[in-house]
Design a protein around this ligand. Structure first.
Ligand code: PRX
Length: 633
């Protein structure tokens, strides 16, 4: 694959060129302690750390900057007030596109401090857990930072999830409070979030308060439990001191899907996380003081945590928050925003790029995109056509395309072509970031070394500051999932290829995790939702290649006997059930009723075969009699 030369507009003008990248990378690997000590000086500390890192992958132990005292919110806001208090921290655009709100660093600090005071007033203290469930409104960012300010551990639940997701997450981390909004708005639709929260909290008696942002009409409030944010704001002061926290105190929990069981509560801690997200944000987006940076992800996913709020604000950047979707009310929405706010850096997902590519170039070319310099992508492999369209049509061949590979577990970008330093190859995430030591291993865990092209399981050999620390409440699961298959290494669950130039090409998950439109979903989560629809006795969920979404959901299900409805009615019922209880993004595209599922002798479903059938590659299980409806396959 040919390399795309660094665009002329960026040559010799970026933070780092190829020789600086090589030198810094070498230092970060040869002397990790020295490298990270130097980098950590960039943060504001209440007390310096005693030990840079300590990790033992055999024991699943990871610690960074122990002995240090720090506050992440202080690093994102307070320390900028003197030099750039009036600089815009957050630009927010609403769903309709008619309303923009801008908040300076000073204003964000006030809003955050007020909410922090409300949390304290309502009995929250350091270490307590709070679930946050709302759409992309400024209060979501403020509430998140307010938790960080007082050492309360936030667990943001993506606003597109349904009530069962709230129920399981709130229970798993024993939250004391839920912060939500009356409604969310997306693409002209209004969703009553508060009603979903009420249903999600049914049967839970340990939630003390539900704090509600009014974003739309009034909603019913439960006496003694529910409080309006706007009423509480009248009762609190505008100052709230940032809590002194240990480097390794938890900052947040973010649930993510695995191949088995319920979603895992990925725990990230303070100092290492904020150091790594801010450093990667700086280099991956080749940050400049006057950048207008737009990450189009949702705050409910790790991309939103690390690269809408934490990394950018720690760097004193102007970050854009967007309530809507890329195609509402028209397919030029992103580019209209680029023109309106003079956006310099855009970070989105291949699924959005593919959806926009299909709409035609005229929606892009209508708007002035000359402010753009960096175009990022994340969440799934980007195909050649989408990459080239992003580069040629959106970026006019003037922008660096940064394909960033990372995960909820890694906290920040691990592999990416740094602008100006690494020439891109379309479809490759290229080279590791400073301090990251990726390797490929075969099924027996033997490292595939050397300069020739190799394909294997992607592992990481050395800890990095924003590595997840544990699975909330289940350290054994942390150890089992990431450190057992290949002892002494962190296993990412992905398969990858390394070419002769040392570039990494991510192939995709090696486990049963689905990636639907950049959203990570576990087969087991979808299967359990399908079962709860009460129409099937057993089912298996697999991913099927999809032109825009990357992967779509395909269900093989064994029906309950004696159902009176038609197959079509049952399929509708199952789809609706998954949408209402789990999430619209988890709705199956294809459902096939079968009389049996192919299993190994030990009873494990042979998904490999099912994937082939769903993809139309194989027309039977070998034994076609097991299919109830073979014609559909
Ligand atoms: O399979 C990889 C894919 O997304 C997975 C992580 O999903 P999640 O934890 O939800 O985080 C997504 C946002 C960081 C990975 O295991 N993935 C992520 N980025 C890329 C990718 N696959 C290919 N190329 C990427 N750039």
């Amino acid at each position: 694959m040919k390399k795309i030369p660094i665009p002329m507009s960026l040559q010799k003008k970026t933070l780092c060129d190829s020789s600086q990248y090589e030198a810094l990378y070498k230092q970060s690997v040869d002397d990790p302690e020295g490298f990270w000590n130097e980098q950590a000086e960039q943060l504001a500390w209440f007390k310096k750390w005693d030990r840079t890192f300590h990790f033992d992958f055999h024991k699943a132990e990871v610690k960074w900057f122990t002995g240090g005292k720090i506050n992440v919110c202080y690093n994102c806001l307070d320390r900028h007030i003197e030099s750039k208090g009036d600089k815009t921290a957050i630009i927010w655009e609403d769903d309709s596109g008619k309303l923009t709100k801008k908040y300076s660093y000073k204003e964000v600090l006030i809003e955050v401090s007020k909410i922090a005071n409300i949390l304290k007033r309502n009995g929250l203290k350091k270490g307590d857990r709070v679930a946050i469930y709302m759409g992309m409104i400024p209060e979501l960012a403020f509430a998140t930072l307010a938790c960080a300010r007082i050492g309360v551990v936030h667990s943001i639940i993506f606003g597109g999830f349904s009530y069962e997701a709230i129920n399981t997450r709130v229970k798993d981390s024993d939250c004391k409070m839920v912060i939500t909004a009356s409604h969310s708005k997306r693409a002209g639709k209004t969703i009553n979030l508060k009603a979903i929260v009420d249903k999600g909290l049914e049967g839970i008696d340990f939630i003390e308060k539900v704090l509600v942002v009014k974003h739309g009409e009034n909603v019913p409030m439960q006496k003694g439990r529910d409080v309006w944010l706007h009423e509480e704001l009248e009762l609190v002061g505008v100052e709230c001191e940032a809590e002194l926290l240990d480097s390794e105190d938890p900052l947040f929990i973010l649930y993510t899907s695995g191949s088995t069981g319920k979603p895992k509560g990925v725990v990230h801690t303070q100092a290492g996380y904020i150091l790594y997200t801010s450093l990667t944000h700086k280099y991956v987006f080749d940050l400049r003081e006057d950048d207008i940076y737009f990450c189009a992800a949702d705050l409910g996913w790790i991309t939103g945590h690390s690269y809408i709020i934490y990394g950018p604000l720690a760097n004193g950047t102007t970050t854009v928050m967007f309530e809507s979707t890329p195609t509402y009310p028209h397919a030029g929405r992103y580019w209209e925003m680029v023109e309106k706010y003079k956006i310099t850096s855009l970070y989105t997902a291949p699924t959005a790029i593919r959806a926009l590519l299909k709409e035609g170039d005229e929606h892009v070319k209508k708007f002035d995109r000359s402010s753009l310099r960096i175009l990022g992508t994340v969440g799934e492999p980007i195909n050649y056509d989408a990459w080239m369209w992003y580069y040629q049509v959106v970026g006019n061949e003037n922008c660096a395309i940064v394909d960033t590979w990372w995960q909820t577990e890694t906290g920040g970008v691990m592999i990416a072509p740094l602008p100006g330093a690494i020439e891109a190859k379309p479809g490759s995430a290229a080279k590791p970031f400073f301090g990251i030591q990726p390797c490929l291993v075969d099924a027996e865990g033997r490292e595939l070394a050397g300069d020739s092209e190799v394909t294997g399981n992607l592992c990481i050999k050395h800890s990095w500051p924003s590595q997840m620390r544990t699975v909330y409440g289940d350290h054994e699961r942390f150890k089992e999932t990431y450190f057992t298959k290949f002892p002494g290494m962190f296993y990412t669950g992905d398969g990858a290829k390394r070419d002769a130039d040392g570039y990494y090409w991510i192939i995709g998950r090696n486990d049963d995790v689905l990636n639907v439109a950049g959203h990570r979903l576990g087969t087991s989560e979808v299967e359990s939702s399908v079962i709860k629809s009460a129409k099937v006795v057993e089912c298996a969920v697999v991913g099927k290649a999809h032109e825009v979404k990357g992967e779509s959901i395909f269900v093989f299900a064994i029906l309950r006997p004696n159902l009176s409805e038609s197959h079509e009615e049952i399929k509708q019922h199952i789809r609706r059930h998954v949408k209402d209880t789990l999430s619209p993004i988890a709705m199956p595209d294809g459902i096939l009723f079968v009389s049996d599922l192919p299993k190994t002798r030990s009873g494990k479903i042979m998904r490999r075969i099912l994937r082939k059938i769903a993809g139309g590659e194989q027309k039977d299980f070998g034994d076609i009699t097991t299919l109830a409806d073979p014609a559909v396959a």
